[in-house]
Design a protein around this ligand. Structure first.
Ligand SMILES: Cc1cc2nc3c(=O)[nH]c(=O)nc-3n(C[C@H](O)[C@H](O)[C@H](O)COP(=O)(O)OP(=O)(O)OC[C@H]3O[C@@H](n4cnc5c(N)ncnc54)[C@H](O)[C@@H]3O)c2cc1C
Length: 482
């Protein structure tokens, strides 16, 4: 912890950035002390984290560098933040007198380059606003997390986010080409936007998914693609069980087709989202997009594959398109949810894991069976869906809504955390991993310990590999001819 008092911290940053960029009013500090992991508590006005000393709103990478350099010299804890839509405690100010470094005022789209097919934007640009701008020009990033109207560039990269069109476009790691980031010593590092690099490990991965622990992202360059909304094709089917649905997903993807959306909802989650037509069966959804010929070939293959499953029944495409157009969460939906929780005392959360095709159904079954048996909750929904398919497997997005019949501060320890524990344990037991930050944040150390047990050693080795005095093979490095 720092030897500086709150007043000294605030005075130093006001002198550095000016009063306007240093926020210290009590409600702002409270709102910035936590994220949606504590949503029930905050609805009831309970804030259990130490309040940060200040929220800092830098306007440039140089200001970020100054802030971090001072923090580093005085051992201040810094919590990076952009859209504030995190759900996993990544924004908690656990250390006394932390400062929150909020990049949301760095919100300029710097360039849209339709020759190199790149957009470069500052960390505080809201993805939904960027998408609107791009789509008006006939382009898209292909990134569409449900939090698109809220999440900003810095947080999207820092959490290794993934969106609804992932089967075609991938996660943010497949979209990020270049990035500017500031390290804790104030060093500004630029990873340039090139089509490919083959020298050493890919250093973009020191930035992707760092969750604000390693560096502060100030600018990102993402791929852009042509946007062909007129070619979009929607498909919906009802199937009898998850096994059948997962097998259809697997067939489509392993045969080489890339629908942008490929989703399978179990009975419970299906009833929640599609009560007007799901009839208590599992709901399978596809969207094909891109140039006309590709969209149509993908759509034809989906229809042919599903036609081979006798028990599958087609649903009107208009219903699927309609549902899809209302899927994203903006500020008003967050406010609506808070009101609903206050009134009904029913809280909802999600946890998202991944597994190969051969184990994903077992993960799904065993986790739900254990939750039903072990958690003394009154569930209004306990189910799941798959929404990000890869060649070798898919994800399982567990959804649980339960009655908060205890003191709000106990709700997480009584219900939420034990439910997540079971999902994580069953996923690890079957050889799976976390699919994305959203929903497994608090458990990420388990995954790291299990899967990346040697990661610190790997980092040390990486350092020594590029150290002229290191022990690993560096070959001969030729000086450039001048
Ligand atoms: C309704 C809802 C739906 C969601 N749907 C999805 C989804 O479909 N897919 C998905 O992946 N996520 C989803 N999320 C989770 C969340 O929106 C994402 O994790 C998003 O990427 C966070 O972006 P943000 O700008 O809000 O970041 P914040 O909430 O501000 O921060 C998130 C994390 O990133 C770090 N961080 C923020 N900015 C920076 C920066 N500039 N440099 C370094 N670290 C930084 C923070 O310290 C924190 O750990 C959803 C959340 C909600 C509320």
């Amino acid at each position: 912890m720092s030897h500086l008092t709150r007043e000294e911290i605030v005075d130093a940053y006001v002198a550095m950035l000016g009063q306007e960029q240093v926020l210290t009013d009590e409600q702002t500090l409270k709102d910035n002390s936590t994220d949606r992991y504590y949503k029930v508590e905050t609805i009831f006005g309970i804030y259990s984290m130490p309040l940060p000393a200040a929220v800092l709103k830098p306007r440039s990478a140089e200001e970020v560098a100054q802030v971090l350099r001072f923090a580093s010299e005085h051992t201040l804890n810094v919590v990076p933040r952009t859209g504030g839509s995190a759900t996993e405690g990544g924004l908690e100010t656990v250390v006394e007198n932390s400062v929150v470094l909020d990049g949301s005022a760095m919100n300029k789209v710097l360039s849209i380059d339709t020759v190199d097919m790149l957009v470069t934007a500052q960390c505080g640009v809201v993805l939904g606003e960027l998408e609107d701008q791009l789509r008006a020009m006939g382009y898209t990033t292909g990134h569409s997390p449900q939090s698109k109207p809220l999440a900003q560039m810095g947080g999207l990269v820092a959490t290794r986010s993934i969106g609804q069109f992932s089967t075609l476009y991938g996660g943010i790691e497949d979209m990020l080409v270049g990035v500017e980031t500031v390290f804790p010593n104030g060093e500004i590092c630029r990873i340039k936007s090139v089509p490919r690099r083959a020298a050493g490990p890919d250093i973009r991965h020191l930035v992707l998914g760092n969750e604000g622990a390693l560096n502060f992202i100030t600018e990102v360059s993402l791929k852009i693609f042509p946007y062909y909304p007129d070619n979009n094709l929607f498909y919906g089917y009802l199937v009898d069980d998850m096994k059948t649905g997962l097998e259809i997903l697997r067939e489509v993807v392993t045969q080489g087709y890339r629908p942008s959306v490929a989703r399978l909802y179990d009975r419970e989650d299906g009833l929640y989202h599609f009560s007007d037509f799901s009839e208590g069966r599992c709901v399978l959804i596809f969207m094909a997009e891109g140039p006309k010929g590709i969209a149509q070939a993908t759509g034809a293959a989906i229809e042919e594959i599903v036609a081979g499953v006798e028990s599958a029944d087609r649903v009107d495409s208009a219903l699927i398109e309609d549902w899809f157009n209302n899927l994203n969460w903006d500020v008003s939906k967050i406010a609506e949810e808070r009101e609903e929780i206050r009134e009904t005392l029913v809280n909802g959360f999600t946890t998202e894991v991944s597994g190969n095709w051969s184990v994903i159904h077992d993960i799904y079954e065993s986790a739900l069976t254990r939750i039903r048996a072990e958690i003394p909750a009154e569930f209004s929904l306990l189910g799941g869906h798959s929404s990000h398919s890869y060649l070798n497997g898919t994800n399982m997005y567990f959804v649980y809504y339960y009655k908060v019949d205890v003191d709000p501060t106990e709700e997480r320890t009584r219900y939420h955390d034990p439910i997540q524990n079971i999902i994580v344990e069953e996923t690890l037991r079957h050889g799976g991993s976390m699919c994305h930050h959203h929903g497994v944040g608090k458990h990420r150390t388990h995954f790291l310990a299990e899967e990346y047990g040697s990661s610190l050693y790997m980092l040390e080795t990486l350092k020594s590999a590029f150290d002229p005095a290191g022990i690993m093979n560096r070959g001969t490095i030729f000086p450039l001819e001048s």
